[in-house]
Design a protein around this ligand. Structure first.
Ligand code: GDP
Ligand code: MG
Length: 301
């Protein structure tokens, strides 16, 4: 560890990124840390787990926590578990970063803000997707409304997608963390192992391929991971919750599954700087998203 990391002015703590689904929390985590740690799709409720991303500088170490989107109408066991995961990460954090979308305020934003207020943690707002607001002055009344809603320590407009103002958000977060020595070795990036990161990448590519309801009924599990020479050999199961979804995932003549396998393999080659061979198997577990035991087995509880 560097000398700075043990200095009395060093700051360190957990900053939870919370908010309603689809505001760009995962894109923001990746931009803040500078690595793709969390999967991103245009669909709400893509993130199902708490994802840790650690960023260490000479002055501070920020342990960012990406979380599932908080949403009011969580009917299935999976959605309830996702809300619990987000709330638990928030409660255990030192600082809340409420992520909202520029010029939008919806009932689930209100729900997320209520959760933040309940913790009484210091809180910062990241107003994301400012690239969509033209001209920029249109943002000003919105920023005023946000300031009136809660005693936020800072309101930082950003674009996670275009990497705009990310540095300012990082600095605002670091400045409000407790004075404390580093929690993680400085080269540590996340607490998730290879099987998890591979499964998530497959789920991202699959979600991008599928329409409407199907992605919500899908889970991916790496069942076998071995090294042969310089190559990783991966067997992964794609769990669907109804027999009828199997042909949708596989596609005509297996085309869709092949495309998913190909794009996941390319993205993983790049991410891991290693060649890998991917075998995907589509399997049925009836109503897994509403089955507490299946959720536990898939690491979702
Ligand atoms: P999450 O559900 O809050 O984690 O949101 P994601 O990070 O998965 O992003 C949801 C969608 O919003 C994706 O299509 C992202 O590409 C998009 N998105 C995220 N950040 C921005 C941004 O700054 N600007 C724009 N235009 N889109 C964004
Ligand atoms: Mg997400």
């Amino acid at each position: 560890m560097t000398v700075a990391a043990s200095s009395p002015r060093f700051r360190c703590g957990y900053a939870a990124l919370v908010g309603r689904p689809n505001v760009g929390k995962s894109t923001l985590l990746n931009a803040l840390v500078g690595h793709k740690l969390s999967i991103v799709t245009p669909r709400p409720q893509t993130t199902r787990h708490r994802i840790l991303g650690v960023l260490t500088s000479p002055q501070a170490q920020i342990a960012f926590l990406d979380t599932p989107g908080l949403h009011a109408r969580a009917s299935r066991a999976l959605n309830k578990a996702m809300n619990r995961t987000a709330t638990a990460a928030l409660e255990g954090a030192d600082l809340a970063v409420l992520v909202v979308e520029a010029a939008k305020w919806m009932p689930d934003d209100e729900l997320a803000l209520e959760r933040v207020a309940l913790t009484a943690h210091p809180a910062i707002v990241a107003v994301n997707k400012i690239d969509r607001v033209r001209p920029r002055e249109r943002l000003l009344p919105y920023l005023g409304e946000i300031a009136a809603r809660h005693a936020f320590l800072a309101i930082v407009p950003v674009s996670a997608l275009k990497a705009e103002n990310i540095e300012a958000l990082r600095d605002a977060i670091a400045a409000h963390l407790p004075l404390a020595p580093a929690l993680f070795p400085e080269d540590e990036l996340t607490d998730r192992g290879l099987p998890f990161r591979i499964a998530e990448m497959i789920r991202e590519k699959l979600t991008l391929e599928l329409n409407q309801e199907v992605p919500y009924g899908i889970a991916v599990e790496v069942e076998r991971l071995t090294v042969e020479g310089h190559q990783l050999m991966v067997d992964a199961a794609i769990w669907v919750d109804r027999e009828g979804q199997k042909p949708i995932v596989i596609g005509a003549r297996g085309e869709r599954l092949k495309r998913v396998g190909r794009s996941a393999r390319l993205a993983l080659n790049e991410m891991l700087q290693q060649r890998l061979h991917l075998n995907l198997w589509v399997k049925v577990r009836e109503n897994w998203a509403d089955n507490a035991r299946a959720l536990r087995e898939l690491g979702l509880e």
